[in-house]
Design a protein around this ligand. Structure first.
Ligand code: C2E
Ligand code: MG
Ligand code: MG
Ligand code: MG
Length: 275
């Protein structure tokens, strides 16, 4: 306290380290002005057709560089945006920004992640339409990514919105597939264009649990083939994983082996890996 009084007398008590600034409440406060301060960015990570090396799409991944707290992980700030309801407005910004970027990609699709709240509140269809209209992006070049838990929270409303999105021509992928509770027989009631196999199953492919990963992925590939759904694998980090996926006829791949998410990514900056 003596030191603190001294500091106050010197007029720099505000320099005293305040742990509250570096945890939850401080972050939430900073998030409240992040959008208007222009602190959000989109990075893009390609999905590559293997072995042709062609880019089929790129996923927009939200980044927050807080002026006060520095760069923050989506695993931390997206749940906070969801809790405060801000994800609806930020999600609108993401859609507009991603469509605007992809309008210059010469036909490569852009994938945008959606949160449950964007389905539950707000005018999702209106937002999607306006993002397409103002960017001039053809609807076929927009793909939305939803999760199983989003679908399960309000199946009736989700099914209805998915029908409307698909009739606009927009694609819908089921993200992180295999981590939730929905069964393959259940997903067929939703108007999906495909599934993204979660990277947990891909990770299993080059360890002693390889056989287990293969069983799951084979089943997904088989059923998606029967249902006419696309299959993308995410989180490919090693050549071994890539080869096993190829053997299982999974050709659309996304992962650090091919490219890390990057700001200002364009298809023109993409150089295919050697086979
Ligand atoms: P996701 O949609 O499953 O995105 C894939 C995540 O895996 C990304 O993490 C990406 O950087 C990471 N990743 C890609 N390849 C690899 C790899 O080879 N190895 C490893 N270890 N990771 C890889 P990121 O960018 O941290 O995003 C995390 C999650 O945050 C996303 O998971 C998505 O659920 C959510 N998210 C990101 N942007 C948005 C957004 O604009 N809106 C919403 N609602 N959610 C978002
Ligand atoms: Mg995703
Ligand atoms: Mg995913
Ligand atoms: Mg994931």
């Amino acid at each position: 306290t003596v030191a603190l009084q001294e500091a106050q007398r010197e007029g720099h008590a505000w320099r005293v380290y305040d742990p509250a600034q570096h945890t939850g409440p401080g972050l939430e406060q900073a998030l409240a002005t992040a959008l208007s301060n222009g602190e959000f960015e989109l990075h893009y990570q390609p999905v590559v057709d293997d072995p042709s090396g062609q880019v089929v799409s790129a996923e927009a991944l939200l980044r927050w560089n807080s002026a006060v707290h520095g760069p923050q992980s989506p695993a931390v700030f997206i749940p906070l945006l969801e809790r405060s309801g801000q994800i609806v407005r930020v999600g609108e910004w993401v859609l507009h920004e991603a469509c605007r970027a992809a309008a210059g990609w010469g036909g490569v699709r852009v994938a945008v992640n959606l949160s449950a709240l964007q389905f539950a509140s707000g005018d999702l269809i209106g937002t999607v339409r306006s993002a397409l209209d103002s960017s001039g992006l053809p609807p076929e070049q927009l793909e939305l990514e939803i999760t199983e838990s989003l679908m399960m929270q309000n199946p009736t409303r989700t099914a209805d919105l998915l029908d409307r999105l698909r009739s606009l021509g927009v694609g819908v992928m089921l993200d992180d597939f295999g981590t939730g509770y929905s069964s393959l027989s259940y997903i067929h009631h939703f108007a999906l264009s495909g599934v993204k196999i979660d990277r947990e199953f891909v990770r299993q492919l080059d360890t002693e649990t390889r056989a287990r990963g293969q069983v799951i992925i084979r089943a997904v590939v088989q059923i998606c083939g029967d249902l006419g759904l696309k299959v993308v694998a995410e989180g490919i980090e090693t050549q071994a994983q890539r080869e096993v996926l190829r053997e299982m006829s999974v050709s659309q791949m996304q992962g650090f082996l091919f490219a890390r998410p990057a700001l200002n990514w364009t298809p023109a900056s993409w150089l295919p890996l050697e086979h």
